[in-house]
Design a binder for this molecule. Structure first.
Ligand code: GUN
Ligand code: ZN
Length: 450
């Protein structure tokens, strides 16, 4: 291919490198002395231009300014498939499961986001915290207040981040101050926010019914009509997380075959629809999601914390259901992709009771865990080739890891013999101290060693 002469700001980054040569396959490639070349395209987005061993690539780029990080390793920025920025201060609120947790902590807290100044302060903290942890793309809930979307989008835009969010739709079974009192207005607000933000810079909009119990059928169907009108807008919600929640959904929607079917009847199961949790689905649901192109956001720290259950990896693979990892802050207990990957490993190890028979757990491979939080999550979002990987053409968002960040990490990673062992040591022992730098759009924006 001839060199792209429209590229500006060509820059080289020399360090170790980790990426996924085939984004569909959770097999990573690792170079100990790698070179990543980035440049800004005519559309203003910084992208990867070349990747590979330093010795073989450097000759193709004369006079390239190079940042050298000896001993560190560059890897794709993490993709968080489901989180809630307004729940930053809800983390660690104990409750007897999902519904009491929503009623006693989460709903009262989210009411505060009617105040744009408050929403602004939390947005800024949340986005900085994401970057400190190496997360550069997230699909994120706002609250029912349209202003909570505006301030989050503006803060993400300021940081040049690829973020997707949406106003939460909830017009029943919610307290005053958080409930949409006018269903038609809530849908018009959604359309106005799509017009204002979707596709602006790297921002995207997600139609966001909170979950079936807090939306009337009218609101769900209205959301489905908007989803049909804007096929490249995302949809995000929760499904089949908790047994009491599912019982409630069956009472509210007796005509539906399953919880997922409530969304399906409203036209909300399609490509770019991401459903958090997907724990208590049956085979029909999993297959239907797979055929429709919808994806699951696996949130293991949340599922363990709230006692919701365990995501069934084997059944999801059999059905061909796409999935990726998610923090689900604040049901989830950490912003750290390392904690989430570690929890996913723990969840897959559990024996699952299926039709009264125990099915033994298994060990998810470290590369697979990493893929679920990068290239796999990007594919689930329909953003494969854009984020979550470092192949040429991908957007220039990456993390720079220091495997010697703590005495124990230094000691343990020095003793590993294979790539899988090395990655697994970081997954089990890692947190934000591992993330020496986060680079967004070719600019180091966060330096945890400073
Ligand atoms: N179901 C409906 N709302 C929520 C939420 O905020 N968090 C989780 N984990 N589940 C939900
Ligand atoms: Zn959630």
């Amino acid at each position: 291919m001839p060199p792209d002469t429209t590229l500006t700001e060509l820059h080289g980054w020399r360090a170790g490198l980790l990426w996924f040569p085939d984004p569909q396959t959770p097999l990573a490639q690792h170079e100990t002395d790698g070179l990543l070349v980035t440049g800004r395209s005519a559309d203003g987005i910084a992208r990867v231009v070349a990747i590979g061993p330093y010795a073989s690539i450097k000759e193709s780029f004369i006079d390239l300014p190079i940042t050298h990080w000896p001993g560190l390793c560059m890897a794709p920025g993490f993709v968080d498939l489901h989180t809630h920025y307004p729940q930053t201060d809800v983390i660690g609120s104990p409750a007897d499961g999902l519904l009491p947790w929503l009623e006693h902590y989460t709903f009262p807290h989210e009411k505060q986001f009617s105040d744009p100044a408050y929403a602004h302060e939390v947005s800024a903290f949340f986005l900085d915290e994401l970057m400190r942890h190496g997360v550069t793309t997230a699909l994120c809930f706002a609250t029912a207040h349209p202003e909570s979307v505006d301030v989050f989008m503006a803060e993400a835009q300021k940081r040049h981040l690829r973020m997707i969010t949406g106003k939460v739709l909830q017009d029943r079974h919610s307290p005053d101050g958080l409930r949409d009192t006018d269903t038609a207005l809530s849908l018009r607000q959604t359309e106005a926010l799509i017009a204002r933000w979707h596709g602006v810079d790297r921002l995207g909009y997600a139609i966001t019914p909170r979950f079936a119990p807090t939306s009337t059928p009218d609101q769900l169907h209205g959301a489905g009509e908007i989803a049909q009108q804007f096929p490249d807008v995302w949809i995000q919600s929760h499904v089949a997380e908790n047994i009491d929640e599912i019982r409630w959904v069956h009472e509210l929607f007796p005509e539906a075959r399953s919880y997922l079917d409530v969304y399906d009847r409203a036209g909300l199961v399609r490509q770019r629809a991401i459903y958090a949790h997907c724990i208590h689905l049956d085979e029909t649901d999993r297959r239907h999601m797979a055929e429709a192109g919808a994806s699951a956001a696996v949130s293991p720290t949340s599922n363990l914390f709230l006692g919701s259950g365990f995501f069934d990896y084997a059944a999801s693979d059999t059905a061909g259901l796409r999935y990726g990892l998610a923090s689900d802050v604040g049901g989830g207990t950490s912003f750290s992709p390392f904690h989430t990957m570690h929890a996913a490993y723990t969840v897959a190890r559990q024996t699952l009771e299926i039709a009264g028979i125990g099915r033994p757990g298994f060990s998810l491979a470290p590369e697979h865990l990493w893929w679920q939080h990068t290239a796999g999550a990007a594919a689930a979002l329909d953003l494969g080739g854009k984020v979550g990987n470092l192949l040429p053409g991908c957007e220039a968002d990456f993390v720079v890891l220091n495997p010697k960040a703590t005495p124990l990490l230094a000691r343990r990673t020095a003793q590993t013999e294979t790539l899988a062992e090395w990655l697994f040591a970081m997954i089990v022992l890692g947190d934000e101290r591992l993330v020496a730098h986060t680079v967004v759009q070719g600019q180091a924006v966060s330096d945890n060693r400073a």
